[in-house]
Design a protein around this ligand. Sequence first.
Ligand code: DHB
Length: 308
Amino acid sequence: TVETSFLGITLANPLMNASGVHCMTVAEMDELAQSAAGAFVTKTATRDYRAGNPQPRYVDVPLGSINSMGLPNEGLAYYLDYCLARQNQQALQFLSVVGLSYDEIVENLRTIEASDYQGVTEFNLSCPNVPGKPQIAYDFELTERLLTEVFSFFTKPLGLKLPPYFDIAHFDQMAAILNRFPLTYVNCVNSIGNGLYIDVDKEQVVIKPKGGFGGLGGDYIKPTALANVRAFHQRLNPSIKIIGTGGVRTGQDVFEHILCGASLVQVGTALHQEGVGIFERLVAELEAIMEAKGYTCLEDFQGKLREI
Ligand code: DHB
């Protein structure tokens, strides 16, 4: 079986969408909720509606995707109301949130805390696409200050969406900070920020915002994602679960993320390309790998990557 349990709730499988993909509108979220995915996460919300960056702002390319969406979203109340309305039917929901300033972040998390929302909150520390707003989680001091303030009042299950790190010292430093807080999980990784994809015939960039710079997803990022899942799984308190995100297109990719220590696995670029039918395919491919290897449940291999 590929069933798994998260926060004591049984999920049919460990698969979810990655925030931002197929989760902006009620229609998209309803499709996810009715799909084979074990759970879903909403588009990252700010307090107020945002139109986002000018188009084209998301492009699929042969090895993945590049995007600079700029945090288009319907505003926190839209996603909070959606989750509240269905929290008695759906087993597990994740509400993704950030803010455009320190004070707005605190305000948004206070809004969630004060509501009847019982699900999981994903605090997004890693949006690379809003001009003038650096990724929060690349500022270690700010991250620690924010988490200290948030955990002074926030009592519901809280996870973090992290950007990829590329240096062992950064894994060490960020893990030491995160281990001081009662986090439910960390999600590794958001897109690799600010890549540049070029159309060589046109000698031109392919997305309009920021002169063509945008977050990379898909095959480009799987080794970086696996490294981050593995590094944080090795360093974080066992009470802090890992969600693996990045380069998941096949059942083998799901298997690899779980082998590195992921408890749940999210799909972004490939979900955007294939639609919600991808979850059934990934489950079937994962089950085939497990059967061939003689594994009967995810715990048989979760986190058990071998070193040589
Ligand atoms: C956007 C992109 C991200 O990677 C993210 O975490 C949040 C928002 C965006 O551009 O909309």
